[in-house]
Design a protein around this ligand. Structure first.
Ligand SMILES: [Zn+2]
Length: 241
């Protein structure tokens, strides 16, 4: 049976090698997330090198009728953001890639998630303040996936007489009367309100008060509402070292 070749594009967000030696890559593009296999012994033309994490590629592939995983035959590198492989940047890019991967497990990806992911990687590539970039884009990706926290009024009763507390399980801040959740600083509350009411650019220009406190809240929020991200645990070790 003749094989029918197809073309697709995307940014590599995950790759792993099977015991067989075949390599599975996950890519995210404008039209969604897709997976493909590079067969062992077919690593011709530097295909695997081109399929490094965060590379933007166009790939030719075919599918066998009985096997729905695309098999890559040729890979063309459209662009790589060189600073993302820098050890001080890479862990942050990894957090955003893992988050995007998790946010698109069940739902068909919106184009917006892809767009925000691309601009977050470009931002990280500038090497200016990777922690703030990661936090602001992580909240924006969550918002795009419909998982925004409530930060302007109490998540229990709707009062705007806010206390400095954030209830991770309920997904938002609480008021003085309801008074539940983890304590947060005044600066963190102001940052969250800014992130959720302004553009990414404005939030980045404004800056964040205390990235460590942000990461603590973000990782609890993700663990409850999405999943625990391995990359975030790695990042915490790096930041606290
Ligand atoms: Zn309340």
């Amino acid at each position: 049976m003749a094989q029918r070749y197809q073309i697709n594009e995307g940014i590599v967000i995950r790759r792993y090698e099977l015991p067989s030696g075949d390599v599975i890559v996950t890519l995210i593009g404008e039209h969604g997330k897709w997976q493909a296999k590079v067969k062992k012994g077919k690593h011709i033309g530097g295909n695997l090198g081109k399929l490094s994490l965060f590379h933007d590629v166009t790939a030719q592939y075919y599918r066998k009728a009985e096997d729905n995983l695309a098999i890559l035959t040729q890979v063309q590198l459209n662009g790589a953001l060189p600073n993302l492989s820098n050890p001080s940047i890479y862990p942050y890019a990894h957090v955003l890639a893992e988050l995007v991967d998790q946010l698109t497990v069940d739902v068909h990806i919106g184009e917006d998630i892809y767009k925000y992911f691309v601009s977050s990687l470009r931002g990280l590539n500038t090497e200016a303040n990777p922690a703030s970039i990661t936090i602001i884009y992580a909240w924006r990706l969550l918002q795009t996936a419909g998982l925004s926290p409530r930060v302007k009024s109490c998540v229990v009763c709707g009062s705007s007489d806010l206390d400095l507390r954030f209830d991770v399980t309920l997904g938002g801040v609480t008021c003085k009367a309801c008074n539940r959740g983890m304590p947060i600083s005044e600066e963190l509350l102001a940052d969250l309100q800014s992130i959720h009411s302004s553009s990414v650019r404005d939030a980045l220009n404004r800056g964040l008060s205390n990235p460590d406190e942000h990461f603590r809240l973000l990782s609890r929020f993700l663990a409850y509402h999405v999943t625990e991200l391995n990359s975030l645990a790695t990042l915490k070790l790096m930041v606290s070292a």
